[in-house]
Design a protein around this ligand. Structure first.
Ligand SMILES: Cc1cc2nc3c(=O)[nH]c(=O)nc-3n(C[C@H](O)[C@H](O)[C@H](O)COP(=O)(O)OP(=O)(O)OC[C@H]3O[C@@H](n4cnc5c(N)ncnc54)[C@H](O)[C@@H]3O)c2cc1C
Length: 327
């Protein structure tokens, strides 16, 4: 933070210790870094690196389109494969592999999830706040549990909770994941049942479908009614205790099946990448090729949203730069 303030980007800290430029503009960060580089004498080529050269286990050069650069050291920091429009097309993996590095299979992470449940489309644009999202696999193993916000879309679900959950989900071919949303995490089943009973007393002569307005959003009510199995025209005063229990369970365990992630180009980050086993964690230098360094998302490390991925990029770049200086 001190560094960015010093190079002319005032910052602000928002809820959850998330730090942003005061202007909310990512360009300010990029421009400041570029300005800082130029001031320090960095020459920028803006060319695509197409090959790395090495001989006898040591780096000898970099090929950038029509330009061949002889060098003893290079930092490979070409990012992942997400949002290719920002330049990170996955090139870096092939470059690292060409010099013998192992690439842990790149996968979309911090990515929206696709669901075949038709009610997601029906509720598209509808957001849930203060819900608990849980992710289970086919064996019922819990992978993720957190309170927060999420959103239904035309393809499935997204939003902060879903993005975070996705970073715990891998191998969609092997696992059949499903989501469980606790729509009332602040209430125990008993408390929720009492609450529903109170509402049912209040709306005693109404049809069931018209008695949920205090408990659920307008968009969600038809879906809840359908999934509850209680016919919508049932009069509230004739709903049985068993039916009410089923409704409570639905509020506490609203199901969404997952058929997979959205494509990697829609993922905030790419997990996987150059195996950390082949990188010295202090210097970021390759254990296989002398003079080859790595920084940022190309490495097989990833984290939640909230600045942690940028921190990975900056911290690894800093470590690489420090050790380059000593060369
Ligand atoms: C929409 C979005 C929002 C995000 N929000 C956050 C956030 O709020 N907080 C957070 O911590 N992280 C966030 N991230 C993730 C974060 O931006 C990345 O993890 C981080 O930028 C990775 O830094 P990097 O330098 O390793 O790679 P990148 O920032 O991807 O940079 C890689 C660079 O390498 C260049 N390159 C690639 N291939 C070649 C080649 N062959 N030759 C020459 N150059 C090449 C690319 O043009 C690019 O400039 C967000 C990502 C996205 C897409």
């Amino acid at each position: 933070m001190a560094f960015f303030e010093r190079i002319g980007v005032p910052l602000k800290t928002e809820r959850g210790n998330r730090v942003f430029p005061l202007s909310d503009s990512a360009h300010d960060i990029a421009n400041a870094l570029e300005r800082f580089g130029r001031e320090k004498g960095v020459r920028m080529l803006h060319k695509r690196v197409t090959a790395l050269r090495a001989s006898d286990g040591a780096l000898t050069g970099v090929v950038a389109e029509d330009t061949e650069i002889s060098c003893r050291s290079a930092v490979l920091c070409a990012g992942g494969a997400s949002y290719p429009g920002t330049g990170s097309t996955g090139d870096g993996y092939a470059l690292a592999k060409s010099l013998g590095h192992t690439i842990v299979s790149p996968q979309p992470s911090l990515v929206p999830l696709v669901s075949d449940d038709d009610y997601c489309v029906e509720m598209q644009g509808f957001s849930l706040r203060n819900v608990t999202l849980r992710v289970f696999d086919e064996s019922g193993k819990l992978f993720f549990e957190e309170l927060g916000e999420m959103l239904f879309t035309h393809f499935g679900v997204t939003g902060p909770l879903v993005l975070s959950a996705s970073s715990h989900m891998r191998d969609y071919d092997k696992h059949k994941y499903h989501l469980s949303i606790d729509l009332k995490p602040g209430l125990s089943e008993q408390q929720l049942d009492d609450r529903i009973l109170r509402d049912f007393k209040k709306y005693t002569n109404r049809d069931f479908a018209n008695a949920l307005q205090d408990l659920a959003g307008h968009t969600m009510i038809p879906v809840l009614v359908r999934l509850s199995g209680i016919p919508e025209e049932t009069k509230v005063n004739s709903i049985t205790k068993e039916q009410r229990r089923a409704l409570v369970r639905l509020f506490k365990d609203f199901p969404v099946s997952v058929s997979g992630p959205r494509p990697v180009d829609e993922a905030i980050i790419t997990s996987g990448g150059v195996s950390v086993k082949e990188i010295n964690p202090k210097t970021m230098v390759s254990k296989l090729v002398k003079g080859l360094y790595f920084a940022g998302e190309i490495i097989d490390v990833d984290a939640y949203t909230g600045g942690f991925n940028l921190q990975i990029a900056w911290s690894t770049a800093y470590a690489a730069a420090q050790s380059l200086e000593l060369e």
